[in-house]
Write a protein that binds this ligand. Structure first.
Ligand SMILES: Nc1ncnc2c1ncn2[C@@H]1O[C@H](COP(=O)(O)OP(=O)(O)O)[C@@H](O)[C@H]1O
Ligand code: SF4
Ligand SMILES: [Mg+2]
Length: 377
């Protein structure tokens, strides 16, 4: 790792979310490979120990109501997630990539049961968890936790680190003895690469990267099987991103964890994920193994995203052909008829504008939603 990491960690971190625009929204920073290439072996190792299915999601829809006037009459709905289906095996990672506003966080929040999905079925560890509440939901949250982009959202600035880490453990009475609680906090801090003595400090005393490690420690304290990681490195400097990605891979290997890893940087998501889903306007456009997606992208949207990624070698980068995506992402309140991508796709024809393509297996589990996919194979 770089000698400058310490200095970089102490820099002020810009937490401004990326603006809702086109491909400029997707900073695909291949420099990260320099830091995490060595850990690809970890992913490969996990890949060979394919586990049983831990989560399956079928036909997930999340429509947020759009209301008007004092009486809050519903006049429409934001189709944030519109009929998404996937499954994940134990010990694996599903990456979800897509521009800002494509519905990635909403998928994460529905899976976590932070919001009640409009429709769909969810099976977790062999149990239908689609409509669970009360005690069942508490039990579910011991098995599945979430880490988000902004650690300040989960770390109360007035609480000592140890109290933040123990919050869920105390609510669920998982460890009640004070000495054991202290030991648990120290173990978690060591696990995420921090000094156990930090437990008496407050969040503002830490850098962005350290705060993200504390949030991970807080999620791990519950001893979960599954973690939803929503843009957990997006606000961090590139070398710190690499450290957190390496940490997540190490934890996955050591603890057998399963992840949903949401990000808008394709190169970061690639490093961690066994499978990657490309999301656009509430729908999955393509879903396949991480290697296949980057070596043989089939959907015009995925191809445009990948072509926009910088190559580390400047000459090659200058010479290759880029696919420029024109136009803005349409509103999820009023998505286009037919294929969601038709307003920006250079191959769109009448059929694309009339009929929605189905999300189909084009061979070996490579799922694509495009009428013309055969032409690209
Ligand atoms: N609570 C909400 N109420 C209404 N609309 C929402 C809500 N949460 C998200 N949305 C909308 O749903 C769409 C998907 O948002 P989000 O899942 O946050 O996308 P991403 O994480 O890919 O940036 C966006 O158009 C967003 O404005
Ligand atoms: S279905 Fe048509 S508009 Fe949609 S991605 Fe394929 S070619 Fe483009
Ligand atoms: Mg998001």
């Amino acid at each position: 790792m770089s000698k400058n990491n310490k200095n970089i960690e102490n820099r002020n971190i810009d937490r401004t979310p990326p603006p809702l625009t086109s491909t400029a929204d997707m900073p695909i920073d291949s420099r990260i490979s320099e830091f995490i290439d060595e850990d690809i072996s970890v992913r490969k190792e996990v890949e060979t120990k394919k586990g049983a299915q831990i989560l399956s999601v079928e036909g997930l829809k999340m429509y947020f109501p759009v209301t008007k006037g004092l009486l809050k009459k519903q006049v429409g709905s934001v189709k944030a997630v519109d009929d998404v289906t996937f499954s994940i095996k134990q010990g694996e990672t599903l990456g979800i990539v897509g521009e800002s506003g494509s519905g990635k966080s909403t998928v994460g929040n529905c899976v976590m049961h932070n919001i009640k999905m409009t429709d769909g079925k969810m099976v977790f560890e062999g149990k239908d968890v689609s409509g669970i509440k009360g005690r069942e939901l508490d039990e579910f949250h011991k098995r599945m936790t979430m880490v988000t982009q902004d650690p300040f959202a989960s770390l109360d600035p007035r609480m000592k680190i140890k109290d933040s880490i123990l919050e869920g453990v105390r609510i669920n009475r998982l460890v009640t003895n004070k000495k054991e609680q202290d030991e648990l906090v120290e173990r978690m801090l060591i696990l995420v690469g921090l000094n156990p003595m930090f437990k008496e400090r407050f969040p503002h005393e830490f850098s962005g990267g350290q705060r993200q490690r504390i949030s991970i420690a807080r999620a791990l304290a519950m001893n979960p099987a599954f973690i939803v990681c929503d843009e957990i490195v997006s606000a961090l400097d590139v070398s710190i991103q690499a450290q957190i990605v390496s940490l997540m891979m190490k934890l996955q290997k050591e603890l057998g964890l399963t992840y949903i890893f949401i990000g808008h940087d394709l190169s970061v998501v690639r490093h961690l994920s066994n499978n990657v889903a490309v999301m656009y306007l509430g729908k999955f456009m393509e879903l396949t193994s991480s290697d296949e997606l980057y070596d043989k992208p089939l959907h015009p949207y995925t191809r445009a995203l990948i072509s926009a990624a910088p190559i580390p070698k400047p000459r090659l980068d200058r010479e290759r052909k880029r696919i420029i995506l024109e136009g803005e992402v349409p509103s999820p309140i009023n998505p286009p008829k037919g294929c969601n991508f038709c307003t920006r796709c250079q191959y769109a024809d009448e059929r694309c504008r009339e009929q929605e393509p189905s999300f189909e297996d084009v061979g070996g589990g490579h799922m694509v939603a495009c009428h013309k996919v055969k032409e690209f194979m």
